[in-house]
Design a protein around this ligand. Structure first.
Ligand SMILES: C[S@@+](CC[C@H](N)C(=O)[O-])C[C@H]1O[C@@H](n2cnc3c(N)ncnc32)[C@H](O)[C@@H]1O
Length: 427
């Protein structure tokens, strides 16, 4: 009897942890698995309810890296519904926590939030992301499913990355790369993107996740100290990024926000003069790769910075259309990664051109680099076009097996795939 009780409490602990990881990742509430609360009411007594709170809303991670306020409110509202649905007696702490949240006012520019991703080792990665999928005419201010898929696959195939130099194209906010740097013993990892605000937030995310003492359990830690937003200039930049995203939000219909079948950037051309002026100021401010000199060592080119606390890690501004082959030669890498970069036909010529340059490089031992590209197949035409263009340029590709053990919680209704790409005929 004693064994069965302890077994059932272990199971429920796992289920509660599962609920908490979904909350931290900001899985849409209606898609969350609420299994823990669909049992009988005796299973969701006050202890379980308090445990849910302590693992979610009241957890140290949530205090320090909070999901958006509207998400937290919605989560609590749904929790109350679930408890009522199974006739559980709702404990005071649940009502109090919800009431406290309701009192918090959403700021007009509350457009950045934290998503915390849990790795199989139990380690977490907290990223500051836009609450919108597309903002500032870029898709790079949020993490896409393909980045999670590629990170999962990389962890399962970590032997491929051991002591390897990896370069990521269109890295966005850094989930794939940060996961690899944590789990795959890479020799070096160069995160690249072309968008100033993406690069800025990426650098903050990297700083935050590679701080020497990232102790989230410290309760007297001041909220958001890990923002790495420590100078007056940083505070201003961050405020303007938030403001600019909020202005984008005002021009999007709710449908645009939710449904992204083929991401088109042209639909989001700024029309509003305020938005244009903020954008102009920001792009002036972030024209150079804007990296905190306390935390990053900048190369003389000004477009690559290396993290001082972990010199395997570099961030670089790299536009696929760049003609500077000499620069690429300097950043020669064994493995090229990219997630969700085949999202629109207009980006394909640049992407093919950079892949060709990078994959043609001689690694010195007769070997050539290999690329792994993860995509969400939103549009068959775009995918076919990519294949046709690769064939034309003598890039060979093969579909590789997907990860078998997923640990992130992303939408898999739209199929995802990973391609291995090499120059010429594969050996
Ligand atoms: C859909 S997002 C994917 C971001 C990230 N890899 C992920 O999956 O979460 C596409 C990324 O490609 C970048 N990108 C688009 N065109 C680019 C170009 N010409 N040069 C470099 N990066 C580009 C964007 O800035 C954006 O970060």
């Amino acid at each position: 009897m004693a064994t069965s009780t302890s077994q059932s409490s272990v199971v429920s602990e796992q289920i509660l942890n599962e609920l908490a990881t979904q909350f931290m990742e900001m899985v849409p509430i209606r898609k969350m698995k609420w299994r823990s609360l669909s049992f009988g009411s005796e299973q969701v007594g006050p202890d379980v309810q308090k445990k849910v709170l302590s693992l979610t809303i009241q957890s140290p991670i949530c205090q320090r890296f909070p999901p958006s306020l509207s998400y937290r409110k919605f989560f609590m509202k749904q929790l109350l519904h679930k408890l009522e649905d199974c006739d559980a007696e709702v404990c005071d702490e649940v009502y109090e926590s919800y009431a406290e949240l309701l009192q918090l006012r959403e700021e007009e520019d509350d457009t950045l939030c934290y998503k915390t991703y849990t790795l199989p080792s139990g380690q977490t990665i907290s990223l500051q992301e836009s609450v919108l999928l597309i903002s500032q005419g870029t898709t790079g201010l949020s993490t896409w499913e393909a980045a999670e898929h590629l990170a999962e696959w990389s962890c399962e195939n970590s032997h491929l990355f051991k002591n390897r130099r990896v370069l990521e194209l269109g890295c966005g906010l850094g989930l794939t790369g940060i996961t690899l740097c944590r789990e795959c013993s890479v020799q070096s990892y160069t995160f690249t993107d072309c968008h100033s605000q993406v690069l800025y937030l990426l650098s903050k995310n990297i700083e935050c996740n590679f701080q020497k003492h990232r102790n989230v359990s410290s309760t007297n830690e001041q909220k958001n100290t890990c923002n790495s937003v420590n100078s007056e200039k940083d505070i201003n930049i961050m405020r303007r990024i938030r403001r600019q995203i909020s202005l984008t939000a005002e021009t999007l219909s709710p449908d645009q926000e939710m449904e992204v079948s083929d991401i088109s950037l042209t639909a989001l051309t700024p029309t509003d003069s305020l938005r244009e002026s903020i954008e102009e100021e920001l792009s002036k401010e972030l024209a150079d790769l804007h990296l905190s000199c306390k935390k990053w060592e900048k190369e003389e080119t000004g477009i690559l910075g290396r993290l001082k606390t972990d010199d395997r890690i570099a961030v670089a501004r790299l536009n696929w259309e760049s003609k500077d082959s000499l620069l690429l030669e300097k950043w020669k890498s064994d493995i090229i990664l990219a997630a969700d970069v085949v999202y629109d036909k207009s980006v394909l010529p640049g992407l093919i051109s950079i892949l060709k340059k990078l994959l043609s490089m001689d690694l010195g031992n007769g070997e050539k680099p290999t690329a792994y590209i993860a995509s969400t197949i939103r549009n068959e035409d775009t995918r076919d076009q990519f294949f046709i263009m690769m064939n034309k340029e003598d890039l060979s590709y093969e579909l590789i097996d997907p990860p078998t053990k997923g640990f992130f919680h992303y939408e898999k209704i739209i199929p995802l795939e990973i391609l291995k790409v090499v120059m010429g005929n594969p050996k």
